[in-house]
Ligand binder design. Sequence first.
Ligand SMILES: Cc1cc2nc3c(=O)[nH]c(=O)nc-3n(C[C@H](O)[C@H](O)[C@H](O)COP(=O)(O)O)c2cc1C
Length: 355
Amino acid sequence: MAESKLFSSFKIKDFQLKNRIGVAPMTRVSSPGDSVPRKDVLDFLARRAQNDAAIVYTEAIVTDYESAQGYPRQSRLVTQRQIDAWRPVVKAIREAGSLSIMQMFHCGRVAWPEINPAGRIIAPSPVAPEQVNSQTGKPYPVPDEMSAFDIEHVINGFVATAKGAVAAGFDGVEIHGAHGYLINSFLSTYSNRRTDDYGGSLENRFRFAREIIEAVKAVVPDDRLLTFRISNWGVADMQVSLFDADEWRQLIGLLDRQPLDIISVSTLNYKDPAFDTEKNMAQLTREKTQKPLMICGKIYDRHTADDAVSDADIILSAKSLLLNPDWVRDIANREPLQPKTPEEANVAYTSKPLP
Ligand SMILES: Cc1cc2nc3c(=O)[nH]c(=O)nc-3n(C[C@H](O)[C@H](O)[C@H](O)COP(=O)(O)O)c2cc1C
């Protein structure tokens, strides 16, 4: 029988993936005052590599110390102590023959002022999310419109965190441009009402993302990967993701011209039609880029995994790999599996060690 695409190897730069399956980034809110995740959370990541996931993402790591944090007990990667804490995890992932990628983000308008040292929320424009903060039950404050100084400061935060990842030995660095957080909110006319060079046309709204990509690229050596995550959905306000098919194509065209090694597309369900087209998000994205493509969203059994990877190069799973340490093996064995619910996934945020 011919080898399935899902379990075939894939080459990106000098990295040879053992299959097309990766662990999606998952925030675990497990880092106390020193911003280092609990040991069981780090061990969980290494175990996913040992159990055959070809790529293992970190949770979204918070960038600058002023305003980037959105959830309690998030981790950071800018001090020697934080770097030293991640080194053994990266090593264990490599020893299992898998790739480690550090994802980093700034929460932007969805940040939580009380847990940021400067108590400030910043965004492209002073437009507060419509939904309340699900963790506090309170409305989000109206964010400060970012000044030129703020923009430079935030870019420096991404650069410092990327340097931390390189020092810790990660194979790749991902810029989180998805889910309504800061970078994503610059891309959208709903949350970006600026009239300067960072607002208006899509090229202008993309400027902030481009400046971050360029600055980060300058500190990520050529033998590592630089990836970017983009989505058609967002936390707090779905309006932030109100692209249409044409705008999405243009956006992917802009990303395609950047020095990125992978574009990672995050959806709520990989097979849903992309906007008003008859294509899915991977197919629509593929129209505008030949770069390696990752797809994520409700991929939970062998059928959905095979189907999703047919339009992409790599599939990522979050909830299934969170709750089932043997997921890759179960997929290989074509076990009957059910999608995991968001309620089941809430165990990610408790102090209960996961298998
Ligand atoms: C517990 C949990 C934490 C998550 N944290 C992140 C994160 O830090 N960064 C990110 O880009 N996506 C995050 N996500 C979204 C997932 O990466 C993924 O896109 C989403 O869960 C859909 O995939 P699934 O259907 O396989 O669960 C998280 C999801 C879960 C369930």
